[in-house]
Design a protein around this ligand. Structure first.
Ligand code: 13P
Ligand code: ZN
Length: 277
């Protein structure tokens, strides 16, 4: 048996392929990380390199991720190539005891580094781990067309985006009742955008990056992928309505309807984004 045959690697590879098939990953666009459970990391250790890579400082630190292991996509690697050669496009990272550096223990066999967005993923993992009491495992970043297009139209606020998305597809308030955060345009790939995004992730399980893409989180790969898919589909409906209607909307879901959905589906809706009754 190869490491790439294990259930968790298979699920990770499938998620990369599904994201590619959705059209969310042009060239090397997007990145995916999974925080391994202690028992999963233990089971994978026999496959790790004998000589691990050098420790590399991240420029960010997290107490609650000291000594953990992540599966991550490689920087500059193409999601479309992951199923063909996972060992060249993915890696497993070990985090040091200080919680501020990684080293490669498996993968990227032809060289390379983990995704340039690893600092953002890492701080998002830290925040979501805390907020979800250890449930969160996945951070996923993609470049879906319609959510990016929305960032050229709407004011860049959580309220504007959340309301537009909730009202674009009836299931949305159930899937992301807390809403989505929005980060202004920033240079990607460093500690600054990592801090801004993880600040949003204290409240939201998804954060839009203006003129760039979307970050989502979740307890497993299916849930995170499903959140990305749901938000992007609502964004597609929003953009179709805007385009077809020339900016005019005939009718939409009322705020009272969103409250009714939340009540019937047993979710706590973020009232801050609804107008007073
Ligand atoms: P990486 O290839 O380093 O993962 O970067 C892709 C990307 O989407 C940057 O935001
Ligand atoms: Zn990106």
């Amino acid at each position: 048996m190869k490491i790439t045959d294990t259930e968790i690697l298979q699920a990770f590879i499938r998620t990369c392929e599904d994201g590619w098939l959705q059209g969310w990953h042009e060239r090397n666009g997007g990145n995916l990380t999974y925080l391994l459970k202690a028992e999963e990391a233990e089971a994978l250790k026999p496959f790790f390199r004998e000589a691990c890579g050098e420790w590399v400082q991240m420029g960010v630190q997290a107490e609650n991720l000291r000594g953990t292991y992540f599966i991550a996509t490689g920087s500059g690697k193409y999601f479309r190539n992951v199923p063909l050669a996972p060992e060249d496009n993915l890696c497993i990272l070990e985090i040091n005891d200080a919680g501020d550096s990684w080293r490669i223990v498996w993968g990227l066999e032809k060289g390379g580094r983990p995704t340039s967005e690893f600092p953002s993923h890492f701080l998002n993992h830290s925040v979501r781990k805390e907020v979800t009491k250890g449930e969160n495992r996945v951070i996923y970043h993609a470049h879906p067309v319609n959510i990016v297009a929305m960032t050229y139209i709407l004011p860049l606020t959580a309220r504007d985006f959340t309301r537009a998305l909730w009202k674009s597809e009836t299931e949305c308030p159930v899937v992301f009742p807390q809403g989505v955060g929005v980060a202004p345009w920033m240079v990607p790939g460093g500690a600054e955008i990592a801090h801004v995004t993880s600040g949003l992730m204290k409240t939201y399980d998804a954060a839009v990056w203006a003129h760039h893409g979307l970050f989502v989180s979740g307890p497993d790969l299916d849930t995170a992928f499903g959140l990305m898919h749901t938000i992007e589909k609502a964004a597609e409906i929003y953009m179709l309505v805007q385009s077809a209607g020339g900016g005019r909307t005939g009718q939409t879901i009322p705020d009272s309807g969103i409250r009714d959905i939340a009540r019937d589906f047993g979710v706590t809706i973020n009232e801050a984004f609804l107008n007073a009754e």
